[in-house]
Design a protein around this ligand. Structure first.
Ligand code: ASN
Length: 310
């Protein structure tokens, strides 16, 4: 028998995976209810498109051709989000979006990478980072409270103790954290800070807002889980002006044509300021359940570099 088949069957039979999936169901319901109460509109995911996130790290290409057109599998819906909130009728949106990122093999042992995962991707027209971060703190607190309430038995079975963290969460500037803890500062902080926390200012993709007066400073943020669980969410305020986007694309050695429809909208002045971010569902479930390996919270996990059976 194929080893992969046996592994999936064992995981399904053990009961732990089902407990994690019940936690996931509750978490997703809590996310949906929270977003609904906050007035967000849910969009359905884009799976293939000529336009997707360039990402700030290198992955293998995931392309399909259809009727003579080259399309890419979605890495994130960032640009679709910006385009959607350019409508004054859709100021607050979210999507539970499948993301395909064909990560390099060296990430096999990271415990937190999958080559396909689900991202809750959120965008708010006209928001600043403080507003968005506050929203995410309330969201995480309400998800944890709901999971504790509804899945007490499952958390017990998994031996997991969870506390609803106090808000606001601590904030660290990446430049200071790097000076203090070196290049691995994110891992150090995630191991040592006892609550979820933010790291501000990452040199990242062209769409995250760079301070116009302070070149090289980005108005973006990552949320981290404690206990070594690592990154939870990444996001930022956005740039929207054509000349700024054009310069930043060039600085990254990327080609404007790769983002043609988005850049056309920017050139016409149709994009608007916004802020947003997205968190990985499987990573959230890892943290909620205390299960360290991401392959253990989902039945058909695609770990980078592994051979896939199902
Ligand atoms: N979801 C992220 C954001 O909104 C983008 C990403 O996943 N790369 O900034």
């Amino acid at each position: 028998m194929d080893e992969g088949v046996a592994r999936v069957r064992d995981a399904l039979q053990s009961g732990r995976l089902a407990a994690a999936l019940r936690v996931q169901s509750t978490a997703l319901r809590a996310v949906g209810e929270f977003m609904h109460e906050e007035g967000f509109v849910q969009l359905m995911p884009v799976v293939v498109s000529p336009l997707t996130d360039p990402l700030c790290h290198s992955v293998y290409e995931a392309k399909v051709s259809y009727a003579g057109q080259e399309l890419e599998l979605t890495k994130s819906m960032i640009m679709h989000k910006q385009i959607a909130v350019s409508s004054p009728h859709l100021p607050k949106i979210y999507i539970v979006s499948p993301n395909v990122r064909l990560e390099k093999e060296h990430l096999r042992e990271s415990g937190r990478h999958l080559i396909e995962f689900s991202q809750v991707d959120i965008e708010v027209r006209g928001a600043g980072k403080g507003e968005f971060m506050g929203l995410m703190e309330r969201l995480l607190r309400s998800v944890i409270a709901e999971v504790k309430r509804e899945r007490e038995a499952d958390l017990g079975l998994l031996g997991r103790r969870l506390e609803v963290p106090e808000a606001p969460f601590p904030r660290f500037e990446s430049s200071e954290a790097r000076k203090r803890h070196g290049e691995g500062f994110e891992a150090v902080l995630s191991e040592t800070v006892p609550t979820p926390f933010w790291v501000m200012d990452h040199k990242r993709e062209f769409y995250d807002r760079e301070d116009p007066e302070r070149k090289g400073y980005y108005h973006n943020y990552d949320l981290f889980y404690p206990e070594g669980f690592g990154e939870a969410l990444s996001g930022g305020e956005r740039d929207w002006e054509y000349e700024v986007l054009k310069r930043k694309i060039a600085e990254r050695g990327q080609r404007e044509e790769s983002f043609a429809p988005y850049m056309e909208m920017a050139r016409k002045g149709w994009l608007v300021p916004s802020a947003g971010g997205g968190f990985g569902v499987e990573r959230l479930v890892r943290y909620l359940t205390g299960i360290k390996r991401i392959g253990d919270v989902t039945p058909f996990a695609k770990i980078p570099g592994e051979r896939f059976t199902l």
